[in-house]
Design a protein around this ligand. Structure first.
Ligand SMILES: [Zn+2]
Length: 238
């Protein structure tokens, strides 16, 4: 049998060694980009406000950001009745510039809480990753993964691609049949709608009778909305 050649072609040989643990201290610890996702009504905003509370209690300073808040004013509001003022992140806002403007006023920003993050543009998600890497900011993003067509929101897709941590929120939302619901169906005239504007939010269109209901995959597929007298507070956005 031939001996192995002296120069191996193992491609991993080309990698340089990483800095020793002690040497990494000088590099600055990057922030982490975390995405917490789940269907409607699973308590994302409640968790967002709890994390903000815990961070602030330890003396850290955060900015609360939201896109298309359901209350119509820039607020992170949970269905359990807690609310805090937030900054609305419009489509054209550069989140890096927003943070820098706070620094320029002498306001510390240690972390960001971003609610309804599925509505961010992919570019804005890139900005969050840059803030984590280069400015040591911890980013906590909360949102839906998929839209009413069961397709990923572009902002959620980018978060899946870039986030350091992906956390499926463990509070189950039940379909009318009792199985866990993962699908945010859009309903108009008691029929499932399967195409249309991705970022339509029913609550922002007064007078329109579009509503949303969380369904299991089978009932999302078949369009079976179950008994008509579902408790409106349980499964529907009123
Ligand atoms: Zn079901």
């Amino acid at each position: 049998m031939d001996a192995l050649p002296a120069t191996s072609t193992d491609p991993t040989d080309a990698l340089s060694s990483v800095p020793a643990a002690g040497a990494r201290r000088g590099l600055g610890v990057p922030g982490r980009l975390r995405f917490f996702y789940g269907p409607m009504d699973c308590g994302k905003s409640t968790l967002a406000l709890q994390i903000d509370h815990n961070q602030a209690r330890q003396g850290r300073c955060g900015l609360l950001l939201v896109r298309h808040d359901r209350s119509g004013t820039p607020t992170i509001s949970s269905r359990m009745g807690i609310a805090r003022g937030a900054l609305e992140v419009h489509e054209t806002i550069d989140i890096r510039a927003l943070v820098r403007s706070h620094w320029a006023q002498g306001i510390r920003v240690d972390y960001l809480i971003v609610d309804e993050a599925q509505f961010l543009s992919p570019t804005q998600v890139d900005q969050l990753a840059e803030l984590a890497d280069d400015s040591q900011i911890d980013v906590y993003a909360f949102g839906l993964a998929t839209d009413f067509r069961s397709c990923l929101f572009p902002g959620a897709a980018r978060l899946f691609e870039l986030a350091d941590e992906l956390n499926a929120i463990q509070v189950e939302v039940l379909c009318w049949c009792g199985l866990p619901g993962r699908f945010n169906s859009r309903i108009h005239d008691d029929q499932i709608v399967r195409d249309g504007d991705t970022v339509l939010v029913a609550d922002t269109i007064p007078g329109d009778d579009v509503r949303y209901q969380v369904l299991c995959r089978k009932h999302y597929r078949t369009g079976d909305l179950g008994p008509t007298d579902v408790d409106p507070g349980q499964l529907r956005l009123a």
